[in-house]
Write a protein that binds this ligand. Structure first.
Ligand code: NDP
Length: 340
């Protein structure tokens, strides 16, 4: 793609995440513009377009994909719709940035990766936490041996689902609701990134304490074993107002403590604790979504991989599905070695 040309984005889904973060993140890139939006409701599409100064509004996927101004798409509909929309975008030759979880099953997510490969388009997953200065620094420090061999990780991601998001996540199993597909999947992706390791087995328990209905969970605690031996403890919830978020990586010779790091915003801090004392690590915060879109822009220009690839999306989903299955069954669940 010619760097001087405008890269036109089509939004598939008039969603909250698009409105609150992604439209701005796309426009923050030189040469990128949001040129179209598609909703299942013509009225919602028109309203979203007007509020966000987007030229074209569609109520059909085919119409958006046929718009010659659209070269890439961002898919942020509810989760059950991602697969068919990504397959259609790939058929139309559009690069795709798709929201997590990529799909509701591993086989659907694999179909998405294969379709994009076959069409020669880039598929990226919007696992934004990889782009945080905090998590990038944690990865760098672990790789540099700052804590010796990593043994354990703990993720604190029990938060309060804000009222304007208290919809399908809580009462629509068919849309991929529940805290595990919403939040645990992010924890797993972040740990895969920091540890450079793959999850192999999961156990867990979940609860429906206050908000979730229809068999969905609004809280979960799980333990995931990685192929480098690390045991990771994950605490995720929609129901907890005051816990704060964090991540800890504990190694043979030191511990990395991250606070306020499981978030959409460029905030948080990291402390390295080892013999001789405690050191606060310097960080240069940057917008997480902006950085993710920037890496996607480089990837569609042939310059490398996006921050989280389609394959990352599949692997992180497979582990989240294993956690969900472990919570349902009460048994340990193996995470399959995927044909990727
Ligand atoms: P929303 O509920 O805001 O949007 C999802 C869909 O709901 C939209 O595509 C829209 O359908 C429909 N919708 C929106 N408003 C209304 C309304 N007033 N009445 C009826 N339907 C409506 O979801 P989110 O933005 O929270 O999540 C969307 C996707 O993004 C999910 O896959 C989620 O997992 C992911 N996500 C990722 C985050 C990240 O940090 N990576 C953060 C938040 C979400 P239509 O398009 O047809 O109008």
């Amino acid at each position: 793609m010619n760097g001087k040309q405008q890269i036109g984005w089509g939004l598939i889904g008039a969603s909250t995440i698009a409105r609150e973060f992604m439209v701005d993140a796309i426009r923050a890139q030189a040469g990128h513009e949001v040129v179209a939006v598609m909703s299942s409701s013509a009225e919602r599409a028109r309203q979203f377009a007007a509020e966000n100064r987007i030229a074209a509004a569609f109520d059909s996927l085919e119409a958006l994909l046929a718009d010659p101004a659209v070269q890439v798409v961002y898919v942020s509909t509810t989760n059950e719709l991602h697969r068919a929309q990504v397959l259609a975008a790939a058929r139309a030759g559009k690069h795709v940035l798709c929201e997590k979880p990529l799909a509701l099953s591993v086989s659907d997510a694999l179909d998405m990766v294969r379709a994009c490969d076959a069409a020669g388009v880039v598929l990226a997953t919007n696992h934004h936490l990889r782009n945080a200065a905090t998590h990038r620094k944690l990865r760098e420090l672990v790789r540099a041996g700052a804590i010796g061999r990593p043994l354990f990780a703990r993720v604190f991601h029990a938060v309060y689902l804000p009222p304007h998001l208290q919809g399908w996540r809580l009462d629509k199993p068919a849309a991929g609701g529940g805290v595990i597909l919403d939040i645990t999947v992010h924890d797993i992706d972040t740990l895969r990134f920091i540890l450079d390791a793959e999850p192999v087995e999961a156990v867990g328990m979940s609860q429906a304490a206050a908000m979730a209905k229809q068999g969905l969970e609004d809280g979960a605690m799980s333990v995931v074993r990685f192929d480098n031996g690390v045991l990771a403890q994950l605490h995720d919830a929609f129901t907890v107002r005051h816990a704060g978020t964090g991540i800890e990586i504990h190694g043979e010779s030191g511990s990395l403590i991250g606070r306020d790091v499981m978030t959409q915003r460029p905030i948080g801090e990291i402390v390295l604790r080892r013999e001789g004392g405690e050191e606060r690590i310097a960080l240069q915060h940057e917008g997480l979504y902006e950085r993710g879109v920037a890496s996607f822009g480089v990837a569609i220009g042939g310059g490398g991989e996006p921050a989280a690839t389609g394959r990352d999306g599949v692997r992180s989903l497979a582990a989240a599905i294993a956690v969900a299955e472990a919570c349902r069954s009460g048994s340990a669940v193996r995470i399959p070695d995927l044909p990727l």
